[in-house]
Design a protein around this ligand. Structure first.
Ligand SMILES: Cc1ncc(COP(=O)(O)O)c(C=O)c1O
Length: 376
């Protein structure tokens, strides 16, 4: 099956009671245990709705098994701590979602795990690997500067050094990129974003092999970041339209990127679909589409972020991303606020950087709104 068909049909179970086309919602937290080998319990990640949802996400990502979580950070923290213990070392690329960065910075020293943030390229990642390195963690395209790292190359490096390779695939989604096919071991999602797609769910996922899923589960049951039945159902429903949404969002983003790129009042546009993006050809090779996130800086640095954001009518300044509606944020104050000003400056996350999460609206309406705000 192609991805569009998988989105609609993968996973799911037959409703033998009502003969409905959708997976029924099974909200029980207590299940009978006599004659049952694997007693269902929500925190054991083995209820019907959790399993159905996992099988759909696995189909989309080409994975064997996985777990669904109550947030993307529950997935990130459970996966990292499943494979790391005191004395171990982890290499992460430096351009990382601010929450993942803050988690590693704030928590790992306390439990005796050391870490290195390496520049977002395979050579820097390889040179940061030490004998005690157990995990390599990447994210591509990156948040918020949309850098692209060679997934296959990182996977080969990790394997050569006997490390587990983990990728946060939130920005690309399985519609635009399948990291497991490129050699990565574990794929993580903040389902709160594109997988949910309507800015009304908090959820996460980690998918991989059956063996590695068992390892993650041993840790995850103790942290308790499982997903409830109702949200499983809603996420499963959202996934049926994932490819339609993401393809439209990606198409709109490309047109918006071209518009911004050609505008005299825009200093710089960050979008891997633009021919002058430094990793454009790599993005072409490893992605099916360039995604629906883009960032830009205005030429007039005297204009405050608030003043610009208040000029927009249709596009709302909002945190989070990946919904059907186009939103905008200034990462220095939102997604990357927990990073020090120096760390942000080192990466090029300036106070006048804006990040757009492009939705499914008519692109002419979107361009019109951005244009009137820029030219006001
Ligand atoms: C790339 C990426 N990964 C992980 C997360 C964390 O997800 P959640 O907010 O669902 O915990 C986010 C949230 O913004 C994100 O953008």
């Amino acid at each position: 099956m192609k991805i569009e068909t998988k989105c609609v049909h993968a996973g799911g179970i037959t409703d033998t009671v009502g003969k409905g086309l959708n997976t029924p919602i099974f909200p029980s937290s207590a299940h009978e245990y006599l004659d049952s080998e694997d007693v269902a319990y929500p925190r054991y990640f083995n209820t019907v709705n959790q399993k159905v949802l996992v099988s759909k996400i696995c189909d989309l990502e080409g994975a064997e098994d996985g777990l669904v979580f109550s947030s993307g950070m529950a997935a990130v923290s459970s996966v990292l701590l499943a494979f790391l213990k005191a004395g171990d070392h982890v290499v992460l690329q430096d351009e990382l979602y601010g929450g993942s960065y803050a988690f590693v910075e704030a928590f790992f020293n306390r439990v005796g795990i050391s870490h290195t943030f390496a520049a977002t390229d395979p050579a820097s990642i390889e040179s940061a690997i030490r004998p005690e390195t157990k995990v390599v963690f990447i994210e591509t395209p990156t948040n918020p500067l949309l850098s692209i790292i060679d997934i296959g190359e990182v996977a080969r490096i990790a394997r050569r050094h006997d490390c587990l390779s983990v990728i946060d695939n939130t920005f690309a989604t399985p519609v635009n990129q399948n990291p497991i096919q490129l050699g990565m071991d574990v794929v993580i999602h903040s389902g709160t974003k594109y997988l949910g797609g309507h800015s009304d769910l908090s959820c996460g996922a980690a998918v991989t092999t059956s063996e590695l899923t068992s390892r993650i589960k041993e840790t995850a049951v103790n942290f308790g970041g499982n997903l409830n039945a109702l949200t499983c159902y809603l996420l499963e429903r959202s996934l049926k339209t994932l490819s339609v949404r993401v393809n439209q969002q990606t198409e709109n983003a490309l047109q918006l990127a071209h518009f911004l790129d050609e505008h005299a009042k825009v200093r710089k546009v960050y979008y891997p679909g633009l021919a002058d993006h430094p990793n454009h050809s790599l993005a072409r090779d490893q992605m099916r589409g360039f995604g629906a996130m883009l960032s830009f800086e205005l030429a007039d640095s005297r204009l405050s972020a608030d003043d610009f954001l208040k000029r927009l009518d249709l596009i709302k300044p909002a945190v989070s991303l990946g919904g059907v509606e186009t939103t905008i944020c200034d990462p220095a104050r939102t997604s990357h606020a927990k990073m020090s000003a120096e760390a942000r400056a080192e990466q090029g996350i300036t106070d006048s950087l804006f990040r757009l999460s492009v939705g499914i609206e008519n692109v002419e309406d979107l361009i019109g709104d951005v244009q009137q705000a820029i030219e006001m």
